[in-house]
Structure formats: structure tokens, C-alpha cells
Design a protein around this ligand. Sequence first.
Ligand code: GLA
Ligand code: GLA
Length: 735
Amino acid sequence: MSLSQTKALGRAADAARRPFRWPALLAPDGHGIAYGGDYNPDQWPESVWDDDIRLMTKAGVNTVALAIFSWDRIQPAEDEWDFDWLDRIIGKLGAAGIAVDLASATAAAPLWLYPAHPEVLPIDRYGHTINPGSRQSWSPTSPVFKDYALEMCRRLAERYGDSPAVTAWHVGNEYGWNNRYDYSDNTLRAFRRWCEREYGTVGALNEAWGTAFWSQAVTSFDQVIIPRHMGGDAMVNPSQQLDLERFGSECLKEFYKAERDAITEICPDKPITTNFMVSTDQCTMDYADWSDDVDFVSNDHYFHEGESHLDELACSDALMNGLALGKPWYLMEHSTSAVQWKPLNSRKRGGELVRDALAHVALGADAINFFQWRQSRSGAECFHSAMLPHAGEDSKVFRETCELGGLLRRLSAAGLQGAALRPSRTAILFDADCEWMTRSETLPSMKLSHWHDVRDWYRAFLDASARADVVPLRADWSDYDTVVLPTMFILSESDAGRVRAFARSGGRVIVGYATGIADEHTHVALGGYPGMLRDMLGVRGEEFNILSGADDGASTAADGAGLGDPGTVTLSNGSVSRLWANVVTSVAPDATVLATYEGTDAAAWELDGVPAIVRHPYGEGEAYYIGCDLDRADIARFLRDEFSGALPAERQSADASAALVGLESESHTDASLIRTRRSTDTADFDFVINRSGQTVSVPAVAGEMVVAYRCDAAESGSPAYALRPNGILITKTAH
Ligand code: GLA
Ligand code: GLA
């Protein structure tokens, strides 16, 4: 491995981070890819358990996450505890060689708690009490709830801390899914303390929040309010709202840490995690912050409608790899087929179960788990797919579950576990603050979404035959060659300084249209947009030209029918600006304008000839400014136009001519494939995934074949393989 790769993998070795620890399997050497899912034996009569174990063994399951929602079964009444059933099932699992990731059992509280302690319930922004009856019906700032939860944690740790079958702890479950926002008085008090810690003086808070606007100055921290419902059209101060988001994430993290510490004080030697919810529509928590407080990073990934499932998966996983700092991460949940919480829940078709799971492995997962083992027959999630479906053992889903187990065993035997994902040379930056900010309802456009733009850039890289990493803004990305900042509306001066320093010392920075407009308190940087990065970019804009994005042909200026203003604007390179175009009024003398707005729609908006895409040399490096909202095909066009070319001789391979220079670690020439490499000290594992709906020809791949899923040897010689839809090919090269 080259020095630069080693450096990139070790990026941001943060002293504040808990050391990486990975759960052992119950195999003789403890190694291997973990495989299994959430197991809820308490939903079933005990007579089913032996059959569960038999079928788990048949499927190759070696791990389960147990007791996530079992509080009422373990503590049926305040003074009554029942561990016997848990002893029995842990005993059976351990005897079968199935490791237990034991939950803190606190994700759903028992109903007996509420009549005695209604004060544990969260309050919504209208002052209504949230009712029990589902899960996470508790406030993270309720001291009473915390006492009950920590007692459960301690009792479980005391009872199972020494159990050889329990190899990891699973604290809570998807913190913040149901109780992300709580407007109770306890939370108000906690927010005031948080503000006092953050700002020190009321003067600093007034300045940061811009409270001079609408007479909102506070003269003591006791006057700080949380933005409860303020009447019909009241708009929330965006600086205050952003702080509420930050506080809320920290507040739940503090709750997690209290539960974690209650367990680790009694059982210090087993790795501990909580499952995140990273997918590109979600940003519940600032997981870059949370990642420092787990021993290994784990995620629940469910795909979202309207996007290529595989691309979305890869983008989310790229961020997981970024959160894990290049170490393997744990897929705690995904689905074998349909979920049950969308308006329409489509099933996975043949091969998608295995393909998705192996794609997660390709992107750095060393554990593949599902929600859940046995499909429930009652309750809110009984139509959610599982490893063992309603139809039973004789079913397509269970057969694929078994097939996947076999493939993962093969990867384990080949020594994949622990391999690090080789970084790209390009990092797309992600920041929770920016995502929360773009959800504000007080911006020039309510259609902004940082996360969606990260995803569009990610997919555009794939469309341009390259693969980027997704890296938290707060991580150390200085070893990359190129960084992309998509819709990072706010940037602190210190982060803007890091971006400038990166370019000055030879990096390439690509900056999106609504980026660097304001600082971390949402104060606009004055003097022309984008004020935080104007000098580096060599551009100065004075206004935003907000568009509807509707390209319905009815509103063009050319038709003279006066049907309204154009909803999109064309660029001189053929691209189209959709929602947003910056009105750039000057560019630096040493900048190069790569595209302008052009044509009748541009003229209608007085944008004809205005610079849209600009390149500017900066120090030893360069900065690109994309001043408008391009769709992913146009982003891919930009990448191809600017970065296609011959690789330097030492990086050339037979098919390298179309590679995007400096954006990727490997030449990557076919947009219908995703290629990754994971490496250990002794071997490289190369993954080739078909991302198209067609059969794709793949040239010979180095190394010995480990998995050829939906992949046929080609009839003759070259190309070597025909990779069918949902196909994936994994090879190993020892070194
Ligand atoms: C109203 C209010 C102003 C301002 C404007 C914004 O007119 O009186 O304070 O909020 O709306 O359009
Ligand atoms: C989440 C939860 C699970 C289950 C699944 C269903 O990931 O953690 O308990 O509700 O969603 O998709």
C-alpha cells in the first residue's frame, strides 16, 4: 500500500475517539463476517425457538441482535424481573455458535411506567403530551426515565457481562427516530444550560442568534426559549433552530452515553455500539459527532423511493466508511425484501437481496444483518420482510438468505474481515449542520437539500465512471486530491480556512451553488456571495436567481405568450440550471469562465452571458465554482469535460484512457459498474458490481475468483465475464 493510501486510511485519528473494537464471533479464532439480524424470540412461543436455531444454522447465521424491545418481558412490573427466558435463549444461541449482540432493551418502555410517571413522556411543540403506545415514548431529559433505563442497563450487564455468548452491546435503537424533538420543561432547562456552555455570556448568544431582529434579546439565560409553536405564520430564528438541532443531537447522545457507561462500568471488555440511521434522506443526528463515542460504527440502511436503490446504498455507505474513518463498519439492519412503512412497499426481485448485502460488503461492511430474523405474524411490522418469511423455509427469500450466508462464509474463509476500503482521490464533503440548515424555511428557496446534492454528486461521479468518497466536513480530508462542497450553505471561518488552505497547498476544490453563504451562526458573509469563499473562487455574486425548476415548455420567454417566467435556464455548454442560479457580477482576472448562461430563458432573467461555471487558480491548487443547480447528468458532463484524459504513465492500464484524472484511485472506465477494493496486509479484494439493469461485459479481473454472483464466464477470451443484472464479482489477489 502506498504512503498516501496509508495516510488517507488513517485520517483524523482523533484522540477523543474511543478505540476501535469489533465484536468477535463464536468461531475458534473469532474472525469472520457477522451475519444475522434482529431476533425477537419474545414475540413467539418457546416451542418455536429450536426451529429458529435450526434454520439460523442452515442459513449460516452467526450473530443476532437480541432483546431490543424486550423491556416489558424482562421487567413485567416495577419490582419484578424475569431473566429466565433470556437465559434460556442466550444459552441456546451460544450452544449453536451464534453470537449475541445484546440490547439494552430500553428502546420501548413498558406501559406500567406511564401511569406512575407521566413526566417521562416527551412534549410536542404545541405543548401536547406525546402518548405512549409505540416506541421511544420518552424524553431524553427526563431524570426519572433515565433512572429506570440505567437500572435496566446495569441489571443486564451484571447478568450477561460474563456470558461467552454475548460478544457485543447494542445500546438503545435508532436514537431520535420517534423522540428527536421534545419541548418539555426539562428539555427547555437543558437547552438553557447548553446555551450557557456554548456561549458563556448572553451578549455572545444575542450576537450569535441576531436577537436584535424582532426584539428577541435575552438578558439572562433563563429567558432563552426553545422554539415552541408561536402562532400561525411565525417563522423560527434560523440560528436558534440550528442550535436546537445541535443540542438535540447532543442531548440524545448524552443519554446514549449514560446507558453505555452504565453497561461498560460493569462490563468493560465487550465492544459497544448503537445503530445509526444513515441514508440520504435522513439526518436525524450529527453522526460524525456520535461516531467518536461508539467502539464500532453501525447502521440501519433502508432505501428510498425514486432513486436508484444501489446508487443510494453506495452513497450512504460511502458516508458510513467516512464515519468509520476507513475501518470496517457494521450493517445492523436492512431488509430482505419489502418494508412496511411506506405508502407502497415494493419487494426485492431475484438477486437483489444478495446483491444489496454484498454491495454493503464492497463498501466496507464486515457485518450483514437484517430487520428481522423471523417475520412477525402480528403487530405494526408484520408485513415487513424478514430472513424467514411468513411462507416459511420453502420460500425464495429464505433460499436467498441461505445463499447469502454461504457467500459470506466464503468471504470470511478468504480472509476479507478487517480489510480497509481503499479511498478514492475525491471526497464529497457532508455536514449535518448544512443539512439541518437547508431544511430551514427561511432561505431563498425551500427546495435546497445538502444531502440530496451530495447524493447527486455521488451518482454523477458513478455516471462519469468514477467513485468518490463521502467524508464528514469535520474529518481530516487533506490527503485527498479533490474535495467537493455541495450546497454547504454555512461554513465556519475555520472550516472555510481549511478549504482555502487545502487549495492553496495544491488541492482541487469544487464548490456548489449555495455554498459558503453564511457562517456557523447563519450570519451572512457580506460583500458579495459566496462570502466565505469568494476570494478562493475568484467570483463575486450579488443576487440569487431562484427558479422553479419546472421545465414544462409553457413558460419560455420565446413563445411570447406571457405565461410566466422560465423555470430553468440553459448554459452555453448545454447544461440546464434548475432551481438556483447565482447572479455573478465579476470574476477575477486570472479566472477562466467555463460556461455562461445563454439563450432566451437566460435573457428573460437578465442572465445571458453571466458566468455559470468558473475555474480559478488558487495558490498551488485550483477552485471550481458551479454557480447553479445542475442535475446529475449535467454534473457528470462537467466531470467528463474537465477531468477526462490520459492518466500519468505509472497509473495507466489497458483501458485507462477515459479515466477521470486525479479523481479516483483506480482506473474506472465503465459507468455501468461500481468498482471498489478492500485490502488487508496480505491481500486485495476487488469488487465489481453491476449498477445497470443490463448484462455488462467485464474484462479480466486480477486475482482468484471468490464470488461470481449472477456472473458467467464469457464465451471466449476477452471480455472475460458477463455480469448479469444484480450481479457482483469478487476476486482476491494475495500480496
Ligand atoms: C411584512 C412585515 C415585515 C416583513 C415583511 C416581509 O410586511 O411587516 O416586517 O416581515 O412582511 O415581506
Ligand atoms: C428500524 C428499526 C426496526 C424496524 C425497522 C423496520 O430500522 O430499528 O426496529 O422498525 O426499522 O424497517
